[in-house]
Design a protein around this ligand. Sequence first.
Ligand SMILES: NC(=O)c1ccc[n+]([C@@H]2O[C@H](COP(=O)([O-])OP(=O)(O)OC[C@H]3O[C@@H](n4cnc5c(N)ncnc54)[C@H](O)[C@@H]3O)[C@@H](O)[C@H]2O)c1
Length: 252
Amino acid sequence: MNIAIVGLGKMGKIISEIAKKRGHEIVTIDPASKDADFPSIDQKSVAGCHAAIDFTHPSVAIKNAETLADLGMPTVMGTTGWYEKEQEVKSYIEQKDSAFIYASNFSLGMNLFFTILKQISPLIDRFDAYDVAGIEYHHNKKADSPSGTAKTIAEILKNNIDRKKTITYDMVDRVIGKDELHFASLRCGSIPGMHKVILDSEADTIELTHIARNREGFALGAVLAAEWVADKKGFFTVDQMMQSILTQDRQL
Ligand SMILES: NC(=O)c1ccc[n+]([C@@H]2O[C@H](COP(=O)([O-])OP(=O)(O)OC[C@H]3O[C@@H](n4cnc5c(N)ncnc54)[C@H](O)[C@@H]3O)[C@@H](O)[C@H]2O)c1
């Protein structure tokens, strides 16, 4: 495929490398990078491309999404921070009969982790011998707590395990309720990110852990999403991509 990489920052550079390794031809678009092939998205810069991947800035994400839809370019939107305008963007994409996929976390491993949790949590729901909790670890520069990913994991567990009715992220300086799902956060050193789900009974403990090593997982997920969305029309989340891959007999 020919892929336009929009934004040649930290993520755009890794995505370019991963896309090339997977045999794609790329063009890069960034007004502020001397290494980019083009400064802006237009007919010339995306000519011959089958999809575009945007990892830029929240302030330009919607404009870029609209310009790419005007040019009929299936788009992977990795940029975060525009979600309050989700309905507006969805209408624009549908009106232009274009294709668009977005995720706040494109990491392939993390999306596999979410999918695995969705599959097994109805089973956990059947066995109330096991209490359920979570913990996430990140480096000491992380601004938010809990991580957005921890919130997604906690919601998956709460939505599928009937005995957990609420999520508690804060420290509990009391006995925790049986119907509370505790999800704790720890900040230390340089940890890129670790999310753990704990199932605990009187007899044993089961731990399911995702450990991020670097940013390559995000980049691979974004390139796979470009391959997936290139022949589609519509507005998709990465969840829909994972569900569709689950039902296809296709190797990615
Ligand atoms: N969805 C995910 O899985 C995921 C993962 C990592 C980062 N992100 C998000 O991706 C975005 C970029 O992250 P980053 O770490 O690469 O940032 P970065 O600051 O390193 O790079 C952003 C690049 O976009 C360029 N840019 C700005 N406006 C542009 C425009 N109109 N057209 C083309 N290029 C433009 C900038 O010059 C810069 O080089 C952020 O919103 C970040 O939160 C998402």
